[in-house]
Design a protein around this ligand. Structure first.
Ligand code: DX5
Ligand code: ZN
Length: 224
């Protein structure tokens, strides 16, 4: 089955003085997902934002709210995230004590379920849950900040995961997050990623132009 390639601008790099406007700029230019990075200052060093901010921008756009929880024990906030508008929730394998249960909880809330892996976490962490997932988010930098450099060793990880998904006949989205820009986007698409997060590379002086540029590159690739 042919997979849809999707660009997911990360609002972590947006201008928070005019967040609603920034979101409209990237979604009107064609981005179908909005990547929403929630950080707790525990799982990752930094603290970003939480429910009130997400809720406040829910009526700005119809696009998919792709919530990436970089928080310890994410079970505590799953319901809140859905209440404030999440369409997809991704938790870190390293942060969930009972990953299988957490995935089932996300699904029972009626939203898409994703699991994220830090760069050093092996794919085998997904061995017994992969068929339950809508998406795997492969971190291509260490989580916590925007504007970091893509870790080249992740290309092989993307390729291996895509191969596994194919072998098992799974309908799996692979999202890549961190350091995606002009130099790296073709590499991740070629390896089999089909959802690309873009933070600093999208929220620059020309937000609309960046979205259109990345969408047109993504259109050159077909993922199965
Ligand atoms: C990093 C976040 C990313 C971040 C990506 O921990 O998960 O989503 O916004 O930013 P760039 O694209 O600038 O690396
Ligand atoms: Zn993210």
């Amino acid at each position: 089955m042919e997979r849809k390639n999707v660009l997911a601008p990360s609002i972590l790099s947006a201008d928070f003085r005019c967040l609603g406007e920034d979101i409209q700029r990237v979604t009107k230019a064609g981005a179908e997902y909005l990547h929403i990075d929630v950080m707790d200052g525990m799982f990752v060093p930094s603290i970003s934002f939480g429910m009130p901010v997400i809720k406040s921008v829910r009526d700005v756009t119809d696009c998919v709210f792709d919530v990436h929880l970089m928080i310890e024990n994410p079970d505590r906030y799953l319901e809140d995230m859905v209440k404030c508008g999440a369409d997809s929730i991704t938790v870190h394998a390293e942060a969930a004590k009972h990953l299988h249960r957490t995935i089932q909880s996300i699904k029972s809330l009626g939203v898409r379920a994703g699991v994220a892996l830090n760069p050093a976490t092996p794919l085998s962490a997904l061995d017994y849950v992969l068929p339950d997932l809508d998406m795997v988010l492969l971190m291509t930098v260490n989580p916590g900040f925007g504007g970091q450099k893509y870790i080249p060793a992740m290309t092989e990880k993307i390729r291996t995961l895509r191969m596994k998904a194919k072998e098992q006949g799974l309908n799996l989205d692979i999202e890549v997050d961190g350091g995606i820009n002009d130099d790296t986007i073709r590499t991740v698409l070629e390896a089999g990623a089909n959802i690309c997060v873009g933070g600093s590379a999208v929220f620059n002086e020309d937000r609309e132009g960046s979205v259109r540029k990345y969408l047109s590159i993504m259109a050159e690739y077909t993922t199965y």
